[in-house]
Design a protein around this ligand. Structure first.
Ligand SMILES: Cc1ncc(COP(=O)(O)O)c(C=O)c1O
Length: 400
């Protein structure tokens, strides 16, 4: 059976992680990490999560299966967090969803349902996009294509090129949009640009597929989804994949949800049955614990406000590191204007140096980043900023 299966190469991220772990230099700096870290390099359990877990320990009375759709109060409260108080679409019964195994599970079930509806659909993804979008969505059998997105010269969105490409995408095709905190570039659409994308979706009839994995990590839980809310209030149909891995720090509990916005309430109900059938084929029932934690936090005024407060601290730390790094890299010998780091959103930015410089940072200074130059700002701390800035200045000072 298995003799003919070759060994696969390690994922580049895992390869980098292994090299970082094996590096004996005590001053090593990890900018490649994919999760939030505090100033001490820890990925903490949030206070509200701890409190909710204690509550569950004494109140939970059974470990029997959840239904295929998961915990209804989780599904409803997470949707409420996404859509906010002025939420016409769910009042009309046009949104239905189900609890998934993290944002990855949500992305996959979204893709499976799109394939059930229209196997010939192409899903357009930004260039670049999060690397896992390709196997998660492509693994369902759907075709993927890229639209231009990031402009390395401006370190922002090449909006004209993006809109030019999307102008050719019509009804029956799908456009994947990062709701906020674009991974890997940190370059987000402005609210005006979301308005233009919305108008184009309405004019051309393509279906937006929003991946929102970082709500609350840029400017605030409401601010970060202003564009998404505008879009969802206007379009007849959309797919939304959400994750609680980052904003609740629940990575390993695998908590997320996928929602389908449809033209009528009856269609939403029908689509939900398809999504449940797709989930049945893959994991059958979702895990309970993480979703129960989130449902409890969102439903309890005290825990909710404590969670919002801690999330504000998380985003405050990331944004402070953005400012600090941009400041400390000013005046570098290569004349690179790193101020874009301050303008970008979420945990990641493309650092934009050459592959040779990435290599030298790693070999000579024990500074690790992805080959794409994606850096995680949560890897920067007040304790390592001096060494980091000195290393970057030294490498840039010696030319490309
Ligand atoms: C853009 C994006 N979407 C979705 C996810 C899904 O994450 P998870 O499955 O861990 O919830 C991630 C996680 O890194 C992400 O960066």
């Amino acid at each position: 059976m298995f003799q003919q299966l070759p060994r696969l190469e390690a994922d580049p991220i895992l390869g980098m992680l292994a090299a970082y772990r094996a590096d004996p230099r005590p001053h090593k700096i990890d900018l490649g990490v994919g999760v939030y870290q505090d100033e001490l390099g820890r990925t903490p359990i949030m206070r509200a999560v701890n409190d909710a877990e204690r509550h569950l320990l004494v109140t939970e009375t059974s470990k029997t299966y959840l239904g295929i759709a998961g915990d209804p109060s989780f599904n409803e409260r997470l949707l409420g967090l996404l859509l906010g108080t002025d939420d016409r679409v769910s009042a009309e019964g046009r949104v239905r969803g189900l609890q998934t195994t993290g944002g990855c599970g949500a992305l996959r079930i979204g893709a499976e349902v799109i394939r059930r509806a229209r196997p010939e659909a192409t899903v357009w993804v930004s260039a670049p996009t999060w690397a896992n979008h390709v196997p998660l969505i492509g693994g369902s059998g759907l075709r993927l294509a890229e639209y231009p997105y990031y402009d390395p010269r401006t370190h922002g969105v090449d909006f004209d090129a993006m809109m030019g490409a999307l102008a050719e995408v019509g009804a029956g095709d799908v456009v994947l949009l990062h709701g906020c905190c674009h991974n890997p570039t940190g370059a987000d659409l402005s609210l005006d640009q979301w308005r233009e994308v919305t108008a184009l979706a309405l004019a051309n009839g393509f279906t937006p597929y929003v991946d929102i994995a970082y709500q609350g990590l840029a400017d605030g839980v409401d601010e970060d989804v202003a564009g998404v809310r505008h879009l969802l209030a206007a379009v007849p149909e959309a797919v939304i994949a959400t994750s609680c891995s980052k904003n609740f720090g629940l990575y390993r509990e695998r908590v997320g949800a996928v929602y389908f916005l449809t033209a009528t309430a009856a269609q939403a109900e029908a689509v939900q049955t398809q999504a449940m059938a797709a989930a049945r084929q893959i994991w059958s029932m979702p895990p309970a614990h993480g979703a129960a934690v989130v449902a409890h936090i969102l439903g309890d005024a005290t825990l909710r406000s404590d969670w919002l407060e801690e999330l504000a601290d998380v985003r405050g730390r990331i944004n402070a590191m953005r400012v600090l790094l941009a400041e400390r890299l000013a005046g570098n010998a290569a004349g690179i204007d790193f101020d874009f780091i301050r303008r970008q959103k979420g945990m990641f930015s493309y650092f934009g140096i050459t592959p040779d410089q990435v290599q030298r940072l790693r070999e000579e200074y024990a500074v690790y980043m992805m080959e794409s130059t994606r850096i995680n700002l949560a890897g920067v701390t007040p304790a390592n900023i001096d060494a980091l800035a000195a290393a970057v200045h030294a490498v840039l000072g010696r030319g490309a």
